[in-house]
Write a protein that binds this ligand. Structure first.
Ligand SMILES: [Zn+2]
Length: 333
């Protein structure tokens, strides 16, 4: 079980519920991917089932109930998640899962149900309604959701909604540095991963360890560097060859280029804007100076268009169009 960073208020509220006479029957824990929703839900379930809870309602983390819940193996705490590599949980699985919610607790006083609600389609959510409306005694549901608006109003209105907290870049950097120790490979990567994580430690961790993310970043940086040194279409093709990129690489490339461009356009409007992607101020400010604002906006729109159609597009044609758009970036009217 990883250490929980931030989210103290949410946890305090859930711990308070665990020791109260009448907790709610269903809690929604909402927040970005990797923001600690599952860890929070497990800690809350542990608080309900712990045999030696602290006075503030928090779990002891050492009794058998706590240990089994935190490792996801407690008989009274069931978790419903999509199968590996699947986005959705079939409604049949939801119905099957809900059958166990009629059982009494086996090992303690409470039963808790942790459901990845982001993987429930409308049918799945509807199947859940009755169970969360009339929650059985000594039972509690925790629904984890990345996007609250994807939940039916009827599900939301039956639940207490709690949001995970977006962590500051500094907190994320600190946590990653602690984990990575002083391995040199990560020193340059950590601030980039933290800046692009949208406040989610899990996301930052994923980026930090993604060699693919950092190699795409290197490609895109040298692509923009080429523009700075006056390189035209042929040189751009040499950095990002249209004939040698597969669809996923194409999508990764455009996504990264979009973030770079966003950095540059922000700097055009606000001289104090700090970059998310660029490693050094010199390259960043030189580029921001030479690019033409209106053409930058046009290229941004082109990036959005190509990304929106990337699933069916011809990669060669798309990338060639992008190089031509990029080539115009520094031209004056
Ligand atoms: Zn305990």
């Amino acid at each position: 079980m990883e250490e929980i960073i931030g989210n103290r208020e949410t946890l305090a509220l859930l711990y308070g519920a665990a020791k109260s006479e009448k907790p709610a029957g269903c809690y929604i824990i909402a927040g970005a991917e990797g923001s600690g929703k599952r860890s929070i839900a497990r800690l809350a379930a542990a608080a309900f089932c712990c045999v030696s809870r602290h006075p503030d309602g928090s779990p002891c983390l050492t009794c058998r109930n706590c240990r089994n819940i935190l490792s996801g193996t407690h008989v009274d705490v069931r978790e419903l998640n999509p199968e590996k590599d699947k986005k959705w949980i079939p409604v049949e699985d939801v119905r099957q899962f809900l059958k166990v919610t009629y059982l009494a607790p086996v090992e303690g006083d409470w039963r808790a149900y942790l459901i990845d609600a982001s993987a429930l389609n409308t049918q799945g959510q509807n199947a859940l309604l009755k169970s969360i409306e009339e929650v059985r005694p000594r039972s509690v549901f925790f629904l984890m959701a990345t996007d609250l608006s994807a939940l039916l109003p009827t599900v939301r209105s039956r639940s207490v909604i709690l949001k995970t907290e977006a962590l500051s870049s500094d907190i994320i950097c600190g946590a990653l540095q602690k984990e990575a120790g002083n391995r040199a490979k990560y020193a340059e990567r950590i601030p980039v991963a933290a800046a692009l994580s949208r406040g989610s430690l899990g996301m930052a961790r994923k980026l930090l360890h993604s060699d693919r993310f950092f190699s795409t970043r290197a490609t895109v940086l040298s692509y923009f560097d080429t523009i700075l040194s006056g390189g035209g279409f042929i040189k751009l093709c040499a950095v990002a060859p249209p004939g040698a990129m597969n669809r996923q690489e194409y999508i990764d490339f455009l996504t990264m280029a979009r973030t770079c461009l966003r950095d540059l356009l922000r700097r055009k409007n606000d001289p104090g804007a700090a970059p998310l992607i660029f490693p050094d101020e010199e390259l960043f400010s030189d580029l921001a100076t030479v690019i033409h604002l209106r053409r930058g906006v046009e290229l941004f729109d082109l990036t959005e268009e190509l990304l929106a159609n990337a699933d069916n597009a011809n990669v060669f044609t798309g990338l060639s169009r992008y190089h031509r758009g990029m080539q115009g970036l520094t031209k004056n009217e």
